[in-house]
Design a protein around this ligand. Sequence first.
Ligand SMILES: Nc1ncnc2c1ncn2[C@@H]1O[C@H](COP(=O)(O)OP(=O)(O)O)[C@@H](O)[C@H]1O
Ligand SMILES: [Mg+2]
Length: 241
Amino acid sequence: MRNIEELVKSNKKYKDAVIQQQFKSKKNIVAYVTLDNKPRVLKWFVPGLKRQMNAEYSVLKKGSSKLNIPIIHEIDEKNNVLIMNYIIGENLCDIINNQETSNNEKQRLIILLAQWFFDFHNHFKTKEEFLIRGDSTLRNFIFTDRIWGLDFEESRSGKPVEDIAGMCASILSTEPMFNSEKFQLCKIFIEKYLNLAPGRIISVDNELSYALLEKIQWRPKDEEILRRYSKLIRKKSLKKV
Ligand SMILES: Nc1ncnc2c1ncn2[C@@H]1O[C@H](COP(=O)(O)OP(=O)(O)O)[C@@H](O)[C@H]1O
Ligand SMILES: [Mg+2]
């Protein structure tokens, strides 16, 4: 695995950076560092992902004054690094999947999350199309006193239902998977989004069914359960499961 130390050691630009923590990341190297005593996150993209870096930069640049997303400080094109604000909080995936979190609190957070998506989709929509965040997973959100979204490298034009279904797939398929509380949270999430944006989404079922199948490539061990629920949702609809 590449390491943030390689970047810091081999570049004058980062020679005074103090590494605080390297985060878990599938593709890139992401770390919390201090630069001139200021807390920052460095997201170091692999060379093949320039397009993704530019997509993320564009969202952060155009959105951070209005939306709860990190402020971007710099795009370092030479090294493929984004430098942004560090958001100190708790990962939403850990809070939602913690059995010590009350059901009321989970519902409250899920409603805030729906509001976050509504704000995001509205901010970037044009007459012709929507921009969706892509990679809609619980891991890509942090809770402080509000919900913050992260990780916009897969943002693209698309249908809001793709984000909403992606989020439901993440809620349902992170441990504990597919329990009744998770189904309840998905229904509340969709209902809140639809209250805010009536008619914007017709049905989540097909997209959700597909989003669950897409997860199999990362989670071959869970293939059976993902297939089973994907089929159930497609046939019966989420409302009736
Ligand atoms: N600005 C930030 N503030 C706090 N934590 C962050 C920030 N950016 C990323 N992280 C942490 O690093 C992890 C990986 O970053 P992310 O942008 O999601 O990279 P990847 O594309 O590899 O998933 C996130 O899940 C989050 O825990
Ligand atoms: Mg991520």
